[in-house]
Design a protein around this ligand. Structure first.
Ligand code: PXP
Length: 260
């Protein structure tokens, strides 16, 4: 596989949940998540993200093993999930999946089962005590841990106390503000959260509702962002442009944001 991933820039981790959702709507294996992963990595994406949920509507636990095989360094596998969501007979629990498949990064997200998609970050004051031992056990396995936080999180130093390596800023509200033509306040909030995180030694990821239009401004305003994870818009764009060309277009936006 030819990989010319974006080393030194923000890594583009492509979230393939929407490909899995389409596949699951008919059963069978089409469209293939594995084939999509091969295409996005061949086009130069630096990583794959899967967010298996307990109701299995998106990526399923059995999607992870082939991704682990495809994502060889420096390409990264990022698994997202709620460490507190209970297991069921088809979903063994997020921590068990992480322990079994050893992604390069585990992103902890406080999403509930009934939620359409992740729509808020952790309450750092409320959740710190129960997150701390989980984060320690994941880091002991050599897995980088990222914590999903709101773009205006006020107490970001608590994330460092919890022991995570990175935060992922929830960019949904930024994307909505951008589409209304008034993103200045949201950009300020993201930039302040990013710099507060860096001040306490944390790396900064970002994700949710990012697209070809709003990505560049976010990167320019909040640099350096280590990783963006993008699914919904990217898979939608691929309907019109094709998956490979779409990934290249997102990589182009990232390169432009850094003036390369
Ligand atoms: N980051 C997290 C934590 C998510 O839960 C998701 C959606 O699964 C994304 C990023 C990607 O969001 P989108 O599909 O809107 O690009």
């Amino acid at each position: 596989m030819s990989v010319e991933h974006s080393a030194g820039l923000t890594t583009l981790s492509v979230n393939l949940n929407k490909v899995a959702l389409l596949r699951n709507s008919r059963g069978g294996d089409s469209p293939s998540v594995v084939r999509a992963a091969g295409t996005v990595l061949g086009a130069g994406a630096g990583g794959i993200t899967l967010h298996p949920r307990p109701d299995l509507r998106h990526a399923r636990p059995d999607d992870i093993a082939p991704m682990r095989e495809l994502c060889l360094a420096p390409v990264e596998l990022n698994l997202e999930g709620n460490p507190f969501a209970p297991a069921n007979d088809r979903y063994p629990g997020f921590l068990q999946l992480v322990e079994q498949y050893r992604p390069d990064q585990a992103t902890l997200v406080p999403d509930a089962d009934a939620q359409l998609t992740s729509d808020h970050g952790f309450d750092l004051a409320l959740d710190a005590a129960r997150l701390r031992p989980i984060v320690a056990s994941l880091r002991a396995l050599g897995i980088r841990v990222s914590l999903f936080v709101d773009m205006d999180a006020v107490d970001i130093e608590r994330a460092a106390e919890i022991g995570v390596d990175r935060i992922e800023i929830y960019t949904g509200p930024y994307a909505r503000a951008y589409s209304c033509g008034d993103a200045a306040a949201a950009l300020d909030a993201c930039a302040q959260t990013a710099s507060a995180a860096r001040a306490v030694g944390l790396g900064v990821n970002a994700g949710h509702d990012l697209d070809l239009h709003n990505l560049g401004a976010l990167l320019r305003y909040c640099a350096p962002i280590s990783e963006v994870s993008i699914g919904h818009a990217l898979v939608g764009d691929a309907l019109y442009q094709g998956l490979e060309a779409t990934v290249r277009a997102y990589l182009g936006v990232i390169a432009d944001a850094y003036g390369r």
